[in-house]
Write a protein that binds this ligand. Sequence first.
Ligand code: KIV
Ligand code: ZN
Length: 501
Amino acid sequence: MNGRVTVFDTTLRDGEQSPGCSMTPVEKVRLARQLDHLGVDVVEAGFPAASPGERESVRAVAAEVSCSVAALCRTREEDIRHAAAALADAARPRIHTFIATSDLHLAHKLRISRDEALRQAVAAVRFALTFFPDVEFSAEDASRSDYGFLRDVVAAVHEAGATTVNVPDTVGYALPEEYGATFSRLARDVPGVTLSAHCHDDLGLAVANSIAAVRNGARQVEVTINGVGERAGNTSLEEFVMALKVRGELLSLATGVKTEEIVRTSHLLSSITGIWPQPNKAVVGRNAFAHEAGIHQHGVLANPLTYEIMTPASVGASESHLVLGKHSGKHAVEARLRGLGLYLSKDEVESVTARVKELADRKKFVWDEDLLTLVSCVPDRRVRLVRYQVLSGNDLMTMATVEVEVDGDRRSGSSTGNGPLDATLKACDAALGLDVELLELTTRAVTGGKDALAEVVVKVRHGEAEATGHAASTDSIEAALKSYLSALGAARTSALEAAAA
Ligand code: KIV
Ligand code: ZN
């Protein structure tokens, strides 16, 4: 191998910027632990200046993991102070400061000159270095910046002491040859600088561009699990890492990622956010190792190399485990959770065990996927479904009644509707006396089988507040109702918090 590439994971920051991917501090810590275990070098935990909740998340992650923890900030002093404070307990803190360098951003977004941007970049790096020795600088929209100016900024922040300089393709515009060429020019023009690639997937080229960057001198790549991220997402960790591994003879570059942990990490992220990669997603999609055509199946049985360029085991993709039943106790549940990379508190294990038993009464087998879903769908106590009834048929007027409990107070409502889902959600609105807009609703069968758990994610708007709910049940209408109520509970809480502020 000719070199080692630093894997900088930004699932908790850029990844969290994808719609529906926001995570609570507890969820961020859970994922950060698994990222650490996966072997990434840096976890970017968030953008502390954004909100108090974000500061709490970064602080919690920083105190938890042993790898480097980065916090993003603009070049403003108060942003840098927030980042430094949130990283105070990190074993290896890194401040990551950025400013745009393209004329488009300078003229229309920041309304400053090139000279001013350069001055702010250098001042921010110097100021960040007064807190910690590890400081990364990013030239936002680098791929659409004038090369001469980009080179001057990279040279100036390197000279000021930035330990890594990131050259992002912020809008996913670059083509691999041109992005690679920018890295080889910068490596030549600014000797000694450690360059980083950060690519977005607007043209589906994020992984290809990241590979072009490392072939031309980049020694850090910024990635996310499942490729989540702003708009079309970021470079997918699993695709980039496996490309380096599978094509090692050509690329001669290594990472510290334990590839056998990849699928587990991907599942953990999906179970937290409720967003699963499409079935044909490379490396981690449900079908990534499925062979449908008879001729392929025959070949794989004779010799897996005929149609497989990597083994399922090399990324930790194995058969589902049959885990638990109604007689399983909390020790069995805890052991299986640990096998899945989940280290929960005693109370959490007890609550999951109770829900495993409930589920085992309704469905024959409880699989790993079911367990992950139960962990991510924590029942909402603020607005609770008591019962519902629905009368429906293809030649009947659908009629639903829903009874709910709001902070201990029971209310019921009825409605007709265009099918059972429409009628029950409208009955819910009637029970609560609320006017709610349903923005999105997705349903997924967690496993195969007619008795499979249905996982429903909904997004609602109530007044100014938008919120996401997430619930699962073997009854898909019940799952939708619970998910809807949990989104309403969250929307109501944020409306109350906004009113109190
Ligand atoms: O895409 C981008 O340019 C970014 C920077 C803030 C690193 O996310
Ligand atoms: Zn980005």
